[in-house]
Design a protein around this ligand. Structure first.
Ligand code: PLP
Length: 360
């Protein structure tokens, strides 16, 4: 069997190590996972009840149009229902966009290091990839704009950026959009939108009328705590959404995910609480970094990238043996850094205590 040539250069996605596997491997009874930017407080209690009720209907296909969820998200975001596309996680929307626009002979522009799936999908579609190095953790928007040509189809902005946690301001985004030709799609991936506190973070939805080539990605996987149920969405110009819809699988969001997302959306108190606790958690790491003279990027997300000035895989392994799963920066383009998800106060304190011991 011969698969497409371009697939041979790709490795399957390497997720954060599962807790059970680490327990077994090192004979540990307790393992703390701060690796995949999941919400340490789980999800709203309202979600559990909503899912329970839905268990009666598992034999019935879900609503492929996500009509009820669509109505609620449209209201929440402040757009028309036909300006939304739903996905099996926002990963799925990245795939749909790549499949709809990219092919051999065309190119796509992205920052590096950034979220892996932009590149991954572009390779599968055989498009040329133009990766523009971050500067101090930030997108180099001037250089990204300069690298656009007549063959460019998609520009990916990860805002805030994974794995640095750094954001693009409204002014920077508008300046950039003004330079991009109208037939080039600009994707603003806002997976950590709910955690952002910076006042000059863009209100990107308000820019859609002026920039019909902008598409925004949001997800229920991070702050809403529904990573397992796979619901993400795109917000864009209605004509663009209409054009890409045929590339979406008919039943790409499931019954439980749709119901859970509706319930989660209706508990904004939970989101506000998580956002506040996340800021306090970040402060724990900032204080630790300052004490130890470690460099880090101020984060607008629920993770922090810290430069430990030593081999990241080795430090990762030492933490693993002590029952902490974090993300080594090595595979993320920062070979001496760890990407740590902000956990509960106790989880952060336990990890910081262990790091103190390892560093001194
Ligand atoms: C986690 C993440 C996603 C994917 O989220 P899903 O909705 O779970 O597929 C997309 N983009 C970025 C930057 C992320 O960090």
């Amino acid at each position: 069997m011969e698969v497409k040539e371009q697939l041979k250069s790709l490795k399957p996605y390497e997720p954060g190590k599962p807790i059970e596997q680490v327990k077994e491997q090192f004979g540990l009874t307790k393992v703390i996972k701060l690796a995949s930017n999941e919400n340490p407080y789980g999800c709203s209690d309202k979600v559990k009840q909503a899912i329970q009720e839905e268990l009666e209907s598992l034999a019935i296909y879900p609503d492929g149009y996500s009509a009820e969820l669509r109505k609620q998200v449209a209201k929440h975001v402040g757009v028309k229902e036909n300006q939304l596309i739903f996905g099996n996680g926002s990963d799925n929307i990245i795939q749909i966009l790549s499949r709809s626009l990219l092919s051999e002979g065309f190119n796509t522009v992205m920052a590096s290091p950034s979220f892996s799936q932009y590149r991954h999908n572009a390779v599968i579609e055989n498009a040329e990839i133009r990766e523009i190095e971050l500067v101090d953790g930030r997108h180099n928007l001037d250089k990204m704009a300069d690298s656009i040509d007549s063959k460019t189809k998609i520009v990916w902005l990860c805002n805030p950026n994974n794995p640095t946690g750094v954001y693009i301001s409204e002014e920077e985004l508008i300046n950039f959009l003004n330079k991009v030709p109208k037939d080039v799609l600009v994707v603003s991936d806002e997976a950590y939108y709910e955690y952002v506190t910076a006042e000059d973070y863009p209100n990107s939805v308000a820019l859609l009328d002026q920039f019909p080539n902008l598409l925004i990605l949001r997800t229920f996987s991070k702050a809403y705590g529904l990573a397992a149920l796979r619901v993400g969405y795109g917000i864009g110009n209605e004509e663009l959404i209409r054009l890409i819809e045929p590339a979406r699988e008919p039943f790409n969001t499931n019954r439980l995910g749709q119901k859970a997302a509706i319930a989660a959306l209706n508990d904004q108190t939970f989101i506000e609480t998580c956002k506040k606790l996340n800021r306090e958690g970040l402060k724990q790491y900032y204080d630790f970094c300052e004490q130890f003279g470690l460099e880090y990027f101020p984060s607008q997300t629920n993770f922090i990238l810290i430069d430990f000035q030593r081999d990241a895989d080795e430090l990762f392994q030492k933490l693993l043996e002590k029952g902490f799963i974090v993300r080594s920066g090595k595979a993320l383009g920062f070979p001496t850094s760890l990407r740590i998800t902000v956990g509960t106060e106790e989880e952060n304190e336990a990890l910081i205590q262990t790091l103190r011991e390892l560093l001194s």
